[in-house]
Design a protein around this ligand. Sequence first.
Ligand code: CMP
Length: 396
Amino acid sequence: MKAQLLDLVGDGTVPKPGAGLFRSLIILSAMTATLMACLATVDGLLADFGALPNLLDQGAVGILALDYLLRLAHAVARRPVGTPILAALRRYGLSVYGLFDFMAVVPFYLAQGLALSGDAHTITGVIQFLKLARYSPALETLGAVILNEMKPLQSALYLMLLLALTASTLLYFVERDTNPVGFGSVPQAMWWAIVTLSTVGYGDVIPVTPLGKILGGMVAVLGFGMFALPAGILATGFAEEIRRLNFVTTWNMVSKVPLFEPLDAHLIAEIANLLRVKRCIKGEVVIRQGDPGEAMYFLASGEVKVVSGHHTAGPGVILREGDFFGEIALISDVPRTATVVARGRCQLLELTAQDFRALTLANPRLRTRIEKIAQQRLASLGVPVSSSPTTLPEDL
Ligand code: CMP
C-alpha cells in the first residue's frame, strides 16, 4: 500500500497504476488554486457562492500539500543505497521542482496562519501555477534555449538598446521645446522609443513637429526588423531544442531494442534519425492482414497482439517491449501476413519501407538477424521456410 502511494509521484519513466490519474488531479488542483486567487480579485464575484470558493481553494491546496508530503516520503524511501535521509531530503527539497512544490503549499498556509491580506492570496495563486512546470517541458526548454542562444540574444539586445537610445536622444533634441511632456528628457523620450520600436504604439506620446514625425516614422519601420530579431532567434532555438529532445527520446527508445543493442552508438544515432515515434491506444489496429507493407515497427513500450488467419489456433502471439513486427511484408514484398492490434497504450518506432531497405542494405548483419526471426515466424504460420524468405507462397 505504502509503495503504491509512493509510486503515484514516481518519475513516470515506468507507468504505474493510478499515477496518470493522480497527475491529472495535481494539474487540476494547481489550476483551481490559481483560478480562485484570480477570481478573488474581482469585487464581490465569489461572495454569491457562499463557502464553495473557499472549499474549492482549500481542497485544491490540500491535494497539493498531499503531493508534497508524498514527494518528501518518496525522496526518503527511494533514495540511493547509502545516502543519508537528510541528504536525500535536501536533494529533493532544493531541486527546482522541489522548491516549486514547496512554494505551492507553504506560502498559502503561512498567509492564512498569519491572516495576511487578500494580496498575499493573489501572490500565492500565481506561485501555485509554477507547480505545473513539472508537467510541461516549457520552462526547461526555454532555459536551455536562452543558454544556447545567449550570444545572438545579447547581440540583438545590444542593437535594440542602441536603437532605442539613438531614437530617444534624437527625438529629445527635436521635440523637447514643443512637446516637453513626452520628450522633456532622454529617459522620458525613451518610453516613446521603446513603445514605437516594439510596434506596440500606445499613442500616449507622439511627436508633433514635422521632423519629429519623419524620425518617428523611420524609427517605427526600423522597429519592425530590430524587435523581431530576438523573437526569431528564440523561435529557431526552440525548434532546434525540440528536435534535439525528440532525438534524445528516440535514441533512448532505440537503444532499448535488443536488435540494435550490439550496434555502436553512431549507428544507433543514425537509426534514431530514421525512426518516427507513433503512439497507439488500446484496440488500435497497427497492421491489417492483407494490406500492403509500408513500414515496420519496433515496440518501445506496451504490448501488441498478432492475430492471423494462418495461426491454426490460440489467442494470437503477444509481442512486448523491444520486439519488432511488420518486417515480413518488407523483406518478402508480400501483403501483411497477420493483423497486429495494440493491447493497451503503446509507443512504436516506425521505420518506413524505403528507410528499411537503405538501412538493411548498409547493414547486412542487421538484415540477417531480422530475416532469421521472420523465418521463425513464417514457420509458425505454416509457411515452408526457405534459407531466405524472399519469396512466399501466393496465398500470403
Ligand atoms: P507482416 O507480415 O509485415 O505484418 C504482420 C506482422 O505480424 C508480420 O509481418 C510479423 O512481423 C508479425 N507476425 C506474424 N506472425 C507472427 C508470429 N507467429 N509471431 C510473431 N509475429 C508474427
